[in-house]
Write a protein of this length. Structure first.
Length: 338
């Protein structure tokens, strides 16, 4: 039986405005994450993954606006009604501030989004623990050191009293992850949390996230480029392209029976070591269109080998199973197109 829902996003649209021009960065995204499950969002750079995450956190970049949609956060255990409901008319800022960092936490792509340069790492993690737990001063310090040790930070007893600028980039990232996990959130959003970290530490951090999911029933939204990570950690997968989810389903459905030409190309591409996360996906010809001048129909049409005149209108979403969703005029099968 399905678990209760932790986070529900319905037809979310977040647009950027610049000199009368509009970038439909997130253009009608819907998904749900059950308690104790991990949803991975994958897709090329610029497709709207981070904007989706910051919209859910209600930490929107300047010049952007939620145009439409609804976000429901079900924070407590076994409740049916959402703890907070946000639609484009009502932002619910005060409520959101209360749950941010306790019920819902985010690991950002850039650690300095979350860390304050003026305070020691220990103080910042301790502050989170103090605010959200009933631990005493001494226990907080012990717990903070333990969290840093868990993240593979060397000499945590000494490092705890250092400032962010005394940490390397990778260590800052780990300190931020420690802070996000400190209060055992019910919803954890992790935006490419381990880029810049070496594989051993990556594996360690993913294991800690998985532990949190199991012990605390945390729902995890994990944004990643790494299909290996998806295969290992995801319960379900959503593939994004230019602001839309083009295919979504269980990890078995999306990785095992991909039906969208884009998903298939994504799975064929092998990342090149050392090229970083902005590398273009080798198996797909062309590049993503100008975000301020998008195709009117299927966004993938200009790059798709199976494009036909149908593709100049946006395909509706179709359900291939209870969990497998697809937005494409030409679903693929292993034996060729339908
Ligand atoms: N702060 C910002 N100001 C203006 N445009 C932005 C900003 N952040 C993202 N965008 C635009 O929104 C779209 C989605 O970006 P983003 O969500 O960051 O992609 P990614 O999938 O790589 O995380 C892109 O077209 C990007 O240029
Ligand atoms: Mg991003």
């Amino acid at each position: 039986m399905a678990n209760p829902i932790a986070l529900q996003v319905k037809d979310l649209k977040t647009y950027f405005y610049n000199d009368q021009r509009c970038n439909k960065a997130v253009n009608g995204v819907s998904f749900e994450i059950e308690k104790g499950k991990t949803l991975c969002i994958v897709g090329e750079s610029g497709c709207g993954k981070s904007v989706t995450a910051s919209t859910i956190m209600q930490l929107l970049p300047t010049l952007s606006r939620i145009e439409e949609g609804e976000i429901n956060y079900f924070a407590g255990d076994g409740e049916n009604a959402p703890a907070i409901r946000i639609d484009q008319l009502e932002r619910n800022g005060a409520e959101m501030r209360r749950i941010r960092g306790s019920e819902i936490a985010m690991i950002f792509q850039d650690p300095m989004t979350a860390l304050n340069p003026a305070y020691t790492i220990g103080f910042q993690i301790g502050e989170t623990l103090q605010y959200h737990t009933s631990l005493g001063k001494k226990e907080i310090r012990q717990k903070t050191i333990q969290l840093l040790a868990d993240m593979g930070i060397p000499l945590p007893e000494r490092r705890v009293d250092e400032y962010p600028h005394q940490y390397s980039g990778g260590m800052r990232q780990r300190a931020m992850i420690a802070m996000a996990m400190a209060c055992q959130p019910k919803i954890l959003i992790a935006d490419e949390p381990t880029t810049a970290l070496d594989v051993t530490i990556q594996a360690q951090i993913f294991e800690l996230m998985d532990d949190l999911k199991k012990s605390n029933n945390t729902a995890i939204l994990l944004i990643t480029h790494d299909m290996g990570v998806v295969a290992e950690l995801a319960d379900s997968v959503a593939v994004m392209y230019m602001g839309n989810i083009v295919e979504a389903g269980t990890v078995e459905e999306v990785l095992g029976q991909p039906r969208h030409p884009y998903t298939r190309a994504l799975l064929q591409s092998i990342p090149v070591l050392g090229k970083g996360r902005n590398q273009r996906i080798a198996a797909i010809r062309g590049s993503t269109p100008d975000a301020y001048d998008r195709p009117v129909g299927c966004q993938f049409e200009p790059r798709c080998d199976f494009a036909s005149p149908d593709c100049s209108s946006m395909p509706d979403e179709q359900n291939l199973s209870d969990t497998h969703r697809l937005r494409c005029w030409h679903p693929q099968r292993d034996s060729g197109s339908e």
